[in-house]
Design a protein around this ligand. Structure first.
Ligand code: ATP
Ligand code: MG
Length: 335
């Protein structure tokens, strides 16, 4: 008898209320045992309680084996006291690794043979948010912080991941221009790599990396990089495999892990029952793999691929299926 996994579900805002329940149904259909708890976060939560992440939510995430998050809306205007839920949770729970796989699925525009993972450092770089202005406002400086420890930790995570995959890791950097900061990132990564002699390491300068990814994404397995490079490169790689609608991600730390679709709350289609749940279902599959249920994760992926190839598809992929009809088809394809 397998173990029971404690999963915290956070729908958040907008289509989060549609795609998270869809992913839950797929999880339940795997035959694994789950104990679900629900928690609140995001804009609607802010309107209700005056905070976008209540303490109770943090506790529920900590108590769970993993969390599945839908999406949270951020207001475009500045609102006193509001902060972005996921950004807050990344900091609060020290979710240091942002993991974004880009894998071929049969959707329009996806490049066949792509199967890579971008591992983005999630705690420092330009995201320390230290900016200043000088000279009566005519000069602005932003600090970009690179530490040995954070670089070592993210490299180690990427090395372990590479070991479980095809054994290749690209260190993405700009040390030619930034030898002190990106040089430190490389130094820490090579120190970590000494303990993983079976992983083949390469170095790629970030601009060349962007070009090579567009031309031959099949050459890459795992890529590791600092925060801003990871932000940009992982959007690029999402584009290589068909865009936002299907891209999953994970925010992983020592004490918690939160999996979420890359897309946002899509207020333009929320409440219509037509959101594509693929990215959230694939995030749930990533979550299962993280929990050690690789086989179940692969079954979900195969089922999703079959439905994406054969239909029915949701309107964003040119079909006319509802979220529910698509999800039903995935569950049938699970067998
Ligand atoms: P947010 O502020 O929450 O990021 P947004 O307005 O930026 O919201 P996104 O969720 O980022 O919206 O989506 C951008 C576009 O892609 C929207 O037109 C949206 O409808 C579409 N879209 C995003 N996710 C999905 C999905 N899962 N299914 C269908 N369409 C989607
Ligand atoms: Mg958005």
């Amino acid at each position: 008898m397998g173990q029971t996994y404690r999963i915290c579900l956070i729908e958040g805002d907008g289509i989060g209320h549609e795609v998270v329940p869809a992913a839950r149904r797929v999880l339940e259909a795997t035959g694994l045992k789950f104990e679900f708890t629900e928690a609140e976060a995001g804009w609607e939560t802010f309107e209700k309680y005056g905070t976008s992440v209540p303490e109770e939510t943090v506790e529920k995430i900590r108590a769970a084996d993993a969390t599945l998050f839908g999406a949270a809306t951020s207001p475009t205007r500045k609102v006193e006291g509001f902060f972005g839920a996921i950004r807050y949770l990344r900091k609060r729970l020290d979710l240091f690794a942002n993991v974004r796989p880009a894998k071929y699925h049969p959707v329009p525009g996806a490049i066949q043979g792509t199967d890579l993972v971008v591992v983005r450092e999630n705690t420092e770089g330009l995201y320390v948010e230290q900016e200043r202005r000088y000279a009566r406002g005519r000069i602005a400086i932003a600090d970009r912080v690179i530490t040995y420890d954070a670089s070592y930790r993210i490299a180690e995570y990427a090395l372990k991941l590479a070991q479980r995959r095809r054994g290749k890791l690209a260190l993405v950097h700009k040390a030619n221009v930034l030898p002190l900061s990106d040089g430190l990132f490389l130094e820490a990564a090579y120190d970590a790599a000494k303990h993983y002699p079976d992983v083949e390491i390469s170095e790629v300068i970030v601009d060349a990396c962007a070009m090579r990814l567009v031309r031959r994404p099949q050459d890459f397995d795992v890529l590791v990089m600092e925060n801003l490079f990871g932000d940009i490169i992982s959007d690029l790689t999402a584009g290589l495999v068909g865009g936002l609608g299907i891209a999953p991600s994970g925010n992983i730390g020592e004490e918690a892990a939160i999996f979420e679709p890359v897309h946002g709350s899509a207020p333009d289609i929320a409440g219509k029952g037509i959101a594509n749940p693929t990215a959230t279902i694939l995030s749930a599959a990533m979550m299962l793999e993280h929990l050690g249920e690789k086989e179940a994760a692969e079954r979900i992926e195969r089922a999703v691929d079959r439905v994406l190839a054969e239909g029915p598809r949701t309107p964003d992929l040119g079909g006319d299926a509802t979220t529910e009809a698509f999800t039903d088809a995935v569950i049938r394809a699970l067998g």
